[in-house]
Design a protein around this ligand. Structure first.
Ligand code: A3P
Length: 401
């Protein structure tokens, strides 16, 4: 009891807003051992989806996840590595293209909505579908996520010729780490940046407090109990964090992803704008203006305010309720099962809670400290690789990581 009280009161005051749920007090990442089969090496690996099995085990229970490794990163969708390589080698961009890049669950859908509204006029009638994905019939203005749309192992929903025929401005989405980003391929980050400059593509990269991103991905991706996954209960958050901080989740390690894209955004006249979820949350009008400026779009204060209104969490959740999409039912069921506080009617895990600092409801103070320590040490390694001091990101609530 005394230990519990100590743990609760020793919550890291700098990174811990209110809302801690005492039922999570015992979460401890150290009790989980993580395994990768086959062991992940640093060389670029190309294996089909499901070829890598990752798991967290405490000796009594084992929680598995599986991914394909394409270009050395765990692919979020079933991907055919050969198709992916072909896509990488042949895709052509235009200088009117805009890409929203991110590590998953950091506010991609939100920034897509902002970009689409900025480009096409903040007109409610435009109504970019709640999850903004391109669809020839339903949402021809939507974002194109080239990697799964073209390189899917099961079926491609778009050919490269169809992509080439889309009218400007095309909006793309990608979760690729910088060195695997389409159109960049170079032997160094500088060479990749030079390639990116040549394409004329403008990129908005959005980052988020990694703990909020980890929780958000947990509610979308951590496997459900049942025969298929051979687990009796949902994976506990500490097991998830053990995998997450190792990069054994969709799109690999958060830190490498963010640090590298951040470094590229710091180059002189970089085509990449780095924004955080938290800055958008704190001052949406300022964030939307920053994005408009990066895209070279002159917009009045009235236009900006209209974009802010139509990209608010409530406005987007209302859209999602009107237009549920395939997969939403599964996600809603999952989020409800796992107490993810999603509005079952809105049925979209892409619009689950929309808060900053809400990770605190799901972490114990100990888990929070362990997560911070893992973050800091992997950030130090990533920064050393990039040849600079570790960047510090202000994730709001006095949380600088
Ligand atoms: P939560 O799961 O914490 O609610 P992505 O689009 O990259 O998958 O990110 C999804 C996360 O962004 C979800 O976080 C979602 O609720 C949040 N989000 C989406 N639209 C938002 C908006 N307009 N305002 C704030 N958060 C938003």
């Amino acid at each position: 009891m005394l230990l519990l009280a100590w743990l609760i009161t020793s919550v890291d005051a700098t990174c811990n807003p209110e809302g801690f749920d005492p039922k999570n007090a015992n979460l401890d990442m150290a009790r989980w051992r993580v395994h990768a089969n086959p062991p992940v090496d640093t060389a670029r690996t190309n294996r089909a989806f499901g070829a890598y099995k990752f798991s967290a085990s405490d000796g009594r229970e084992t929680f598995p996840v599986a991914f394909g490794m394409v270009e050395g990163w765990p692919w979020p969708h079933r991907c055919d590595p050969a198709k992916y390589r072909r896509l990488h080698a042949t895709v052509k961009f235009r200088n009117t293209d805009v890409a929203v890049a991110s590590y998953p669950k950091t506010g991609t859908t939100w920034v897509e909505q902002i970009v689409l509204l900025l480009l096409h006029g903040a007109d409610a009638k435009l109504d970019p579908a709640s999850r903004n994905t391109y669809n020839a019939r339903r949402n021809p203005l939507g974002c194109v996520w080239l990697e799964p749309m073209v390189a899917s192992a099961r079926r491609a929903r778009m050919s490269l010729n169809q992509f080439a025929d889309l009218p400007a401005p095309r909006v793309l989405k990608s979760h690729a780490p910088f060195d695997a980003f389409l159109g960049t391929r170079g032997s160094t980050d500088n060479a990749s940046l030079a390639n990116l400059r040549q394409t004329g593509l403008k990129v908005i990269y959005v980052a988020r407090n990694p703990k909020d991103a980890a929780v958000s991905m947990y509610f979308q991706r951590a496997p459900l109990p049942g025969k298929r996954n051979n687990i009796k209960r949902r994976m506990p958050m500490d097991a998830w964090c053990a995998l997450y901080t190792k990069g054994y989740v969709s799109c690999g390690a958060f830190v490498d992803h963010v640090a590298r894209w951040h470094a590229v955004s710091k180059a002189v006249e970089s085509p990449v704008l780095f924004v955080t979820y938290e800055e958008l949350k704190q001052n949406p009008a300022k964030g939307v203006r920053k994005i408009a400026d990066h895209l070279g779009l002159e917009r009045s204060d009235e236009d900006i305010n209209a974009v802010v209104k139509l990209s608010s969490f409530d406005a987007m959740a209302a859209q999602a309720r009107k237009a549920p999409r395939p997969g939403d039912a599964r996600n809603a069921k999952y989020a409800t099962l796992t107490n993810g506080a999603v509005d079952a009617k809105s049925a979209s895990s892409h619009l689950r809670q929309g808060g900053a600092g809400t990770w605190v409801q799901h972490f114990s103070p100990l888990l929070s400290k362990q997560f911070d320590a893992a973050y800091q040490s992997t950030m130090a390694v990533a920064a050393a690789r990039l040849g600079g001091p570790p960047p510090a990101f202000d994730f709001g609530h006095g949380c600088v990581m």
